[in-house]
Design a protein around this ligand. Structure first.
Ligand SMILES: *Cc1c(COP(=O)(O)O)cnc(C)c1O
Length: 429
């Protein structure tokens, strides 16, 4: 599953002890494993090999340049949702023909920038956006390709903030409007509308929503082909799960076993498939390290107050997300046998793991049975590689944390910890 393991009661990432990393670079600190990134990417690529997809990594889940470079070198394309993400993807030398650009609110400047970089595919989310893209393409004289993001009205059974393919979501256009969309815009001289894009939400822990949405998309494509439109690309989006708890998510093989049979013949006949995975590659490849500053009791509750909080990892507070939290150094009897909400081990204490911010919503883990904590203990917050650092903020004027990449028995800083000067760098007094 990943390369974070206890050796003699001490958590390591690949061949490096987490305690040594914290000693060297301080906390809070995001630690990523090269080997886990590689393994997750390769597993997905191999599972889907029969339909040979272009795998575009979702930059928004983990956008550090070193991570983007690692994945680019493995052959990944990039899925970007802003001009800033495109800038990052360009920086590491990826081929923009292998980039796809989604997002409901692309600005004129972003569209122009993406056209100039000759990105492979715009995933268009509305009629007005297509008209704007076509206008800018005509003005600049740059031809491009586009896919229509359709909303298959499928319930991915996930948090309402990350459910993106239901009828009432702001993303894409309804299936019923798709044919009319192609009739209006399917013959534009500058923007060749030739694909269908889906992204139903995230994380999706079963294969059924994919089956349902791909089936609907194929029916739509047949209808469009019948009307004389050439559809050569189907972009399935992202959303494959990650193991926030042990074995929570289907493996790449299980997603592939469900999806590949629907598409294999079409691919033989020339259809190109794109995947946009983020979390399933990155989430388990990263752990957030945080130090316990203080412990205290309030009423009958134990609080561990850490140097990381919702400003470092927003997911618990924003989505009510579960992240397994455990001390990095424990006696043998307290090495966690798996990552789960409730572990039955001797001497655990019910604890609220919270951050330093002046917000009651500032927590990392609520009501959790974990080993008793002391000032100075180091905690690992697992499955933090996706939507961790990229959602971090400087709220309460805390500088952004440091990021570290481990490879074998080495590690290196891939983003320095910000300083107080960095905090005010763009301000005037
Ligand atoms: C966020 C996003 C993804 C990636 O989702 P994951 O759950 O991280 O796989 C893919 N495509 C689009 C359009 C997205 O917005």
């Amino acid at each position: 599953m990943d390369d974070f393991r206890y050796l003699k009661g001490s958590l390591s990432c690949e061949g490096v002890s987490m305690r040594d990393i914290a000693k060297s670079v301080g906390t809070p600190c995001y630690v990523y494993s090269c080997a886990t990134f590689r393994q997750h990417f390769i597993r997905l690529r191999d599972a889907f090999a029969p339909i040979n997809p272009l795998i575009c990594f979702s930059v928004k889940c983990c956008s550090n340049l070193s991570i983007l470079r690692l994945l680019t070198e493995l052959g990944a394309g990039m899925d970007v949702v802003s001009g800033g993400e495109l800038f990052r993807a360009m920086k590491v030398g990826g081929d923009p023909k292998n980039f796809v650009y989604a997002g409901v609110g692309k600005s004129d400047a972003e569209i122009r920038y993406a056209l100039e970089q000759r990105i492979g595919l715009f995933n268009v989310e509305s009629e007005m956006e297509f008209e704007n893209l076509a206008r800018i393409a005509r003005e600049t004289g740059i031809h491009t390709g586009a896919a229509l993001r359709v909303n298959p009205d499928v319930d991915p059974k996930t948090h309402r903030y990350t459910s993106t393919g239901k009828r009432e979501s702001k993303f894409g256009v309804d299936l019923e409007r798709a044919a009319a969309f192609f009739r209006s815009y399917g013959r534009d001289p500058f923007v060749s509308l030739r694909g269908i894009h889906l992204h139903i939400g995230s994380p999706v822990y079963t294969t059924a929503p994919y089956l349902e949405s791909v089936t609907k998309a194929l029916a739509l494509m047949d209808e469009l082909t019948g009307q004389g439109f050439q559809i050569d690309t189907l972009d399935l989006g992202g959303g494959f799960g990650a193991d926030y708890e042990s074995d929570q998510s289907p493996l790449a093989d299980e997603y592939a076993n469900a999806i590949v049979p629907l598409l294999r013949d079409r691919v033989t006949n020339g259809l190109r498939i794109i995947l946009e995975p983020g979390r399933t590659i990155a989430a388990n490849a990263g752990v957030l390290l945080t130090k316990v500053e203080y412990v205290k009791k309030s009423g009958d509750r134990n609080f561990a107050i850490c140097d990381a909080g919702m400003h470092t990892l927003l997911r618990p507070s924003h989505y009510g997300a579960f992240h397994f939290v455990w001390p990095t150094d424990v006696p043998a009897a307290l090495v966690p046998p798996r990552r789960a909400r409730e572990l039955v081990l001797p001497g655990l204490e019910r604890t609220e793991v919270v951050g330093p911010l002046c917000e009651t919503g500032d927590f990392l883990a609520e009501d959790r049975m974990i080993p008793p904590l002391h000032r100075g203990d180091l905690l690992a917050v697992y499955t933090a590689g996706a939507y961790g650092m990229t959602m971090a903020s400087r709220y309460n004027s805390h500088p952004l944390p440091v990021e570290v990449l481990v490879e074998g028995d080495q590690f290196r800083v891939i983003r320095e910890r910000e300083t107080y000067d960095d905090l005010v760098h763009h301000e005037s007094a």
